[in-house]
Design a protein around this ligand. Sequence first.
Ligand code: PLP
Length: 397
Amino acid sequence: MSLFSRLQAELAQFQADGVYKRLLYLDGPQGPRARMEGFGEVIVLSSNNYLGLCNELEVVEAGKRALDRFGAGTASVRFICGTFTVHRDLEAACARLVGTGASLSFVSCWNANEAVPGTLLGEDDIIISDQLNHASIIDGIRLAKAITKCQTGVYRHGDLADLTEKLSLAKDRRVRMVITDGVFSMEGAIARLPEIADICRKHDAVLVVDDSHATGVLGRTGRGTAEHFGMLGEVDIITSTLGKALGGAAGGFVASTPAVCDYLTQRARPQLFSNALPPTVAASALASVEYLERHPERVEQLRQNARYFREQLLARGFKPLPGETPIIPVILGETAKAIEMSRQLLTEGVFVTGFGFPVVPQGQARIRCQISAAHRRDDLDEALRAIEKVGQRLGVV
Ligand SMILES: Cc1ncc(COP(=O)(O)O)c(C=O)c1O
């Protein structure tokens, strides 16, 4: 069978299995409500626009000004000719935000996660990863293993006894690196950073935290998982995205010591062989960080909205996974039920994604509601009414 006919057959099978993803098109800005082609205005409970910065005026204006000042593209990789002053300003702002000595931007956090292990480790080293870490971490580790021949290990999700055991068995390694999500995106659970950091200290391990769902979200002023636990400055390496809470733009960064960032500048392949963030995007990202620094009340609003939504779901008989983050999964059981609930909610004007096996374990299919600081009370109430109506129709409450 040729490649093309095999792909066609597999696509048909995805459809038959009910796992085929249909792209939904927005015909306007991302926001608490958005215009979706074919569905009109919908309440969005399925975006990482946690602080509502995607369409914040000063963030958008910063991108427009940068277009006039710097032009559209970078025209090469940054060590050749693609570094603009706005990249330097953005990197200083990201480091300030997350409490490190330096940061280095990448075109995505995916790239940042690919760069860290593959560049910093060697064949005498080991990286140990939480089982539920994001796909970009998993692929970054696979790549590191292929490139550097480093050892790799996985500890059961959140099982710190397992982490301790894996570290104890790695005493002979030159470097032990432990990597965890700050917030796990399918659960909304927060990593137990104080204990993980303590274990890393005891085993002389380097701690890396991917704070993509925590930057702008956790901590009183949105500085992430470290601020949440009163541990600013205690994480060795932080990776994060500029495309979620700081969603005025896109991109990612690694934040750490100046030496780590300098080394990545010298050696990280996604830096050396790929163009930098377009200056317009870097300028909007910088404006997002500055906006967050001036508006910590947005973070508090996000927290209040998430708390309200969680309480209201409970009051209506749903069983959201317990937690403190704006990621609120409601477990429904079978994949087909989650997909159907998501489909029916969209026809009721609420955009929320259903996730099933293999993205989440068998029997734990769910809809995942994501709350934004930009949601008004009436957005949340209207969404809750629709969730209750569809939930009753499907017999899940
Ligand atoms: C934990 C985590 N890390 C990294 C990424 C990738 O971020 P980006 O979109 O900047 O590549 C995501 C995005 O889904 C994520 O959830």
